[in-house]
Design a protein around this ligand. Structure first.
Ligand code: RP5
Length: 162
């Protein structure tokens, strides 16, 4: 079995519809990951335990998605030195701008690499995690290059009528 590399965490079951985009990218690239619901507000002890043990368990990158008062990525970044990639989940009330602002404005010292709001951000979080891992994994780097080339090749030269 492949060595566990990425932790995909989210504040709620309701975030999974978004965060599965990150998981699907990692599946495509052959990167081993785990998924877990970890809420900054509802399960703070779980957050603390996860952050405290993440590096020693062999994780290299954490992808953290949350919506609304989205404190999970920032709190996780305060608890582990692993790179934390934040995904602002789109919300009904404020369209995810609340999530984005909650995640992106970290104080100096505890950065969160913040992605776009919603599904595109989650997919990009998977790609960003893979890119970080690829700096020390040539085979993964090749798979990532292939993935990027395939996407480029799929873009038509000119628009067509529907
Ligand atoms: C946040 O509150 C979660 O990350 C989720 O995006 C949002 C709503 O959670 P639920 O009420 O759907 O469980 O903590």
């Amino acid at each position: 079995m492949a060595e566990l590399k990425v932790g995909i965490i989210m504040g709620s079951q309701s975030d999974w519809a978004t965060m599965r985009e990150a998981a699907e990218i990692l599946d495509q690239l052959g990167v081993a990951y785990e998924t877990k619901i970890v809420s900054a507000h509802r399960t703070p002890d779980r957050l603390w335990d996860y952050g405290k043990t993440a590096a020693e368990r062999g994780l290299k990158v954490i992808v953290a998605g949350a919506g609304g008062a989205a404190h999970l990525p920032g709190m996780m970044a305060s608890k582990t030195r692993l790179p934390v990639i934040g995904v602002p989940v789109q919300t009904k009330a404020l369209s995810g701008v609340d999530s984005l602002y909650s995640i992106v404005q970290m104080p100096k010292g505890f950065p969160v690499a913040t992605m776009a709001i919603g599904a595109a951000g989650a997919a990009n979080a998977g790609l960003m995690a893979a890119a970080i891992l690829a700096t020390s994994d040539d085979a993964l780097g090749q798979r990532l290059d292939n993935w990027r080339n395939a996407l480029s090749a799929s873009i038509p030269d000119a628009p067509q009528d529907d």
